[in-house]
Ligand binder design. Structure first.
Ligand SMILES: [Ca+2]
Ligand SMILES: [Ca+2]
Length: 609
């Protein structure tokens, strides 16, 4: 029996079942059932064949995961128009998810190497969403997730030529920003007004946070440092696309120039955030005129700032003609921040305590961090690698400990690892032993990620541990991918790239929810992210190129979720800030991961074997 026959039989089977059930009931309802035979069951059952909805490289692994109960052991790859059956394969044995009652079977069609648009059919199940197979499969996605940052720009209008139907007037000029009472100093007394324009909105809200800018900027700058030739020609249709600076660096510069304004020129300390006192309503940016503040300086913000400026200085030094004096400004800002941090080594931003002392109370994202050894280590590393000054190396030695974890906004130690490994050939001999230690530790973590992919119900690196499903779990998946790419840099072993690719499949649809988690991509894609412009702009489609947070069983938003297992606790609702918000520190690793695939395709050629 071929796949068309299989499909016809399965269609008949379902209709018969439903006709039996509805016999004697409303005939009109029956007609609707005929028209939409498989779309009225629950979330899991509705889309039982999970594919990467963007698609697959011709010569790389191609896996679909089946979550419905199957009565047949085979599957077919069919042309997207449903006419031609092109490949038949056998489903793998059933696996049970470690965190839910979901059973899965793997459909591996790696050996199918035709280019085009396809679907997968299995007897008794709704067919898969369409996907493509081609050699530049992530080209558009790579540009779109970088362009996502352009849509987050504050203080400038988004012109229709660049923003399309999502064009909008400028929001939040931030030319008048008050020094919050928590941040008052002799040089900037109460009532002082500063200007802090530019930068990206952090997430679904309209505030700008230095700590979260830290890891975001580092991830984008590292993407450039790791793949300069690729990014030198990557254009994203932004206002600066025709200048001589790579667009990824134009985008970074937009936030970097804002970061400069967050440093107090009198002492070098860096304000924790530029913010409204409270989150605004679901309106377009610039609609509300509530006062903006910079709040207390913190050691975490100041060290993150020092790290970013040191890395930016290293990169922009090579663009002296296009950006004269910028690198020097970065290095000076970095050093001034460092000296402030030395004098104030442990100033934490504790919003609850500050709100007892100062008015108005600040209720926006706190990004409080009590553990600062990792910030010290990261800042010292970027400054050491840029300056080769042994003073910073000694601080790295003091702050390196046994903990090796994926990076997050509050845990930035791994960013130091990446930089040391990337720049190892330019480091003094005395640093070699430490670099080797870092290499061993990073590879150990990478190997742990790869060890159990085959026993995972979705055959991905992501989701092997319940701990992966935290707030922003999709960034965990993307950051695991980056770590595996770094392991590839060290070893040249292809298995690490395949691990990273498995997480891209996860993010683009091969997961328990069946969602392709980037707005504007895939068939089943978030339409209602917790993102104020997407909610308020009156356009059906959300702003494109944004990665939503992903499954988070914590469900801190208290919204209604159809499923609550770690791997399924996601809902496409703008209420759901705990699983369906967007954020710059989530988009950045997606930019790195997606574009790394496209970059290595050209730079290393391994995808063309
Ligand atoms: Ca440019
Ligand atoms: Ca920390």
């Amino acid at each position: 029996m071929n796949c068309q026959q299989l499909y016809a039989q399965s269609l008949l089977f379902h209709l018969k079942k439903r006709i039996k059930f509805f016999r004697g009931k409303n005939i009109l309802f029956l007609c609707i059932l005929f028209a939409l035979p498989f779309t009225i069951t629950g979330q899991k059952l509705a889309d039982p064949i999970k594919v990467n909805q963007v698609g697959y490289y011709v010569n790389e692994p191609k896996i679909a995961v089946i979550t419905g109960k199957v009565t047949s052991g085979s599957f077919c790859v069919v042309s997207a128009d449903g006419k031609d059956t092109l490949y038949q394969g056998v489903l793998d044995n059933e696996k049970k998810s470690a965190y839910s009652s979901t059973f899965t079977r793997i459909a591996d069609f790696t050996s199918f190497k035709k280019t085009g648009s396809f679907i997968i059919r299995i007897h008794g199940l709704k067919q898969s969403f369409p996907f493509q197979i081609k050699n530049d499969i992530y080209n558009e996605l790579g540009k779109a997730v970088l362009k996502g940052f352009y849509y987050q720009r504050s203080s400038m209008p988004l012109d229709e030529n660049f923003a399309g139907k999502w064009n909008r007037p400028a929001g939040h000029p931030d030319a008048v920003v008050l020094i919050h009472p928590s941040a008052v100093t002799d040089d900037r007394p109460a009532g002082t007004i500063i200007s802090s324009p530019g930068g990206w909105y952090d997430a679904g809200d309209y505030n700008k946070y230095i700590v979260n800018s830290g890891i975001t900027m580092s991830t984008l700058l590292s993407a450039y440092e790791d793949f300069p030739a690729y990014y030198d020609t990557l254009q994203t249709n932004i206002p600066e696309s025709n200048d001589k600076i790579p667009d990824i660096l134009n985008e970074v510069l937009y936030n970097l120039r804002w970061m400069f304004t967050m440093q107090d020129p009198f002492d070098g300390g860096v304000y924790h955030k530029c913010t409204n006192a409270e989150f605004g309503g679901m309106a377009m940016p610039g609609i509300t005129k509530a006062p903006r503040y910079v709040v207390q300086k913190s050691t975490a913000a100041t060290l993150d700032f020092a790290a970013v400026m040191a890395q930016a200085g290293r990169i922009f030094k090579k663009m002296k003609n296009e950006l004269p004096r910028l690198a020097d400004s970065c290095l000076k800002a970095s050093a001034n921040a460092w000296y402030w941090a030395l004098k104030h080594p442990d100033v934490q931003y504790d919003q609850a305590i500050l709100n007892k002392e100062y008015k108005p109370a600040i209720m926006t994202g706190a990004y409080g961090d009590k553990q600062l050894e990792d910030e010290w280590m990261w800042a010292a590393t970027e400054m050491f690698v840029t300056s080769k000054n042994k003073m910073y190396f000694e601080v790295i030695e003091q702050n390196i400990n046994d903990s090796v974890t994926l990076p997050s906004w509050s845990s930035v130690r791994m960013l130091a690892y990446y930089t040391m490994l990337r720049c190892e050939n330019n480091l003094p001999k005395y640093a070699r032993e430490m670099v080797q230690l870092m290499e061993r530790r990073m590879l150990k973590l990478a190997d742990e990620y790869l060890a159990n992919v085959s026993s995972n119900a979705f055959a991905t690196v992501m989701g092997q541990s319940k701990k992966d499903f935290v707030w922003g779990s999709n960034a965990v998946a993307a950051n695991q991918g980056i770590l595996l790419i770094n392991a590839y840099f060290l070893t040249g072993e292809r298995k690490y790239i395949l691990g990273a690719m498995s997480n891209l499949d996860y993010l683009l649809g091969r997961n328990a929810t069946g969602y392709c988690f980037v707005t504007g991509f895939g068939t089943k894609s978030p339409m209602h992210p917790h993102h104020r412009p997407s909610i308020a702009d009156g356009i059906d489609e959300p702003v494109p190129g944004l990665l939503v947070g992903g499954p988070n069983p914590g469900r801190q938003d208290k919204c209604k979720y159809p499923f609550t297992d770690p791997e399924t606790s996601y809902v496409d609702s703008d209420c759901a800030y705990a699983s369906n918000e967007i954020a710059i520190n989530w988009n950045a690793p997606m930019v790195y991961l997606v574009n790394a695939m496209e970059a290595m395709k050209y730079e290393l050629g391994f995808l063309w074997k």
